[in-house]
Design a protein around this ligand. Structure first.
Ligand SMILES: [Zn+2]
Length: 321
């Protein structure tokens, strides 16, 4: 999707004024600010020039980094990556994306923001395939990738308030420095009645190298979204998947060097992946809520609503202390 579709909704991340676009850059309309944002291969880079975390120049090459999206060149590595079994049994995404698609079906001119959307998340085709032709789908990331149509920092989202009907953050909030600030930004850019969908890990080891900062329990995740009214929350993957992750990382922790770790990582999934199938047996067990691999939250922006911490404690689903 070309940026022309969402150009009317973007704003300057420095002064919050509107932006106008030229062929190779976006320009803030506020003369006192005058901030300019590059457009690289048709992708606007709407990063604050004063940001300490990301520099606009990081994105000028237009190349995808080797962090989450790995474009392997060697046929052998491509093959090994393809045949490697997934160690997570995701039992939520397809169902939730189908529910979201159904909830948007009767609406026109739907606007969706995907945060961390450089590549397709698990099950997202169940939403994407159902979108109307007039849908504005903004697939954002802090990296170029096959889907990225805007580069942004989720701590400082370059969209005006009340813009989106749905914001998706699938396996993203563990990778941001300040998830509370990011959720505040998501709330701001959602329309009243707009929905948020998030999947966030709990019992998963470090992935994405140095870009991995947080984990949430079921209640911790709910509190992160306390200004949203809940329409769904639960397990994405349970204790079986968590066991597979744990055993995988236990084995690779014996690797003496990065090269050995990399080599081991190709084979180790074959040794441990079967553990995830216990999630079929465990289902929604209480114990799984205390030991889950990941949780999801689906909520609605209702202005003035906040879940109190007293109400939060009543939502505990594990084995009560
Ligand atoms: Zn500005």
């Amino acid at each position: 999707m070309s940026y022309l579709a969402f150009e009317p909704f973007v704003m300057c991340v420095v002064c919050k004024s509107s932006l106008t676009s030229a062929a190779s850059f976006f320009q803030c309309v506020n003369p006192a600010c005058g901030c300019r944002y590059p457009v690289v291969n048709g992708v606007p880079v709407l990063i604050n020039p004063a940001s300490e975390t990301f520099q606009q120049t990081d994105f000028l090459s237009g190349e995808a980094p080797d962090i989450f999206f790995k474009a392997y060149k060697s046929p052998l590595r491509k093959f090994l990556k393809k045949v490697q079994p997934d160690i997570t049994l995701n039992r939520a995404s397809k169902k939730n994306y189908s529910l979201l698609a159904a909830s948007l079906k009767h609406k026109t001119e739907v606007r969706i923001l995907i945060v961390g959307g450089s590549i397709d998340g698990n099950g997202i085709q169940f939403l994407k395939n159902e979108l109307g032709k007039d849908t504005v789908l903004v697939e954002s990331d802090v990296a170029h990738g096959p889907n990225t149509n805007v580069i942004l920092d989720a701590h400082n989202i370059p969209f005006k308030e009340n813009t989106f009907d749905l914001v998706i953050a699938q396996a993203v909030l563990e990778h941001v420095l300040d998830p509370f600030l990011c959720v505040k930004e998501i709330y701001r850019v959602l329309k009243p009645g707009g929905q948020v969908y998030a999947e966030t890990p709990f019992m998963q080891q470090v992935h994405g190298g140095q870009y991995d900062f947080h984990r949430f329990t079921f209640l911790g995740h709910r509190r992160l979204f306390r200004h949203f009214k809940q329409s769904g929350a639960g397990l994405v993957a349970g204790a079986g998947s968590a066991a597979a992750w744990s055993l995988r990382y236990f084995i690779t922790s014996f690797a003496p060097t990065k090269t050995v770790d990399k080599a081991m990582s190709y084979g180790v999934n074959f040794l441990v992946f079967w553990l995830k199938y216990f999630d079929y047996i465990l289902g929604q067990s209480k114990g799984s809520y205390d030991a889950a691999c990941a949780y999801y939250f689906l909520g609605t922006k209702e202005e003035g609503y906040t879940l109190s911490d007293k109400e939060l404690l009543l939502l505990y689903k594990g084995f009560r202390y």
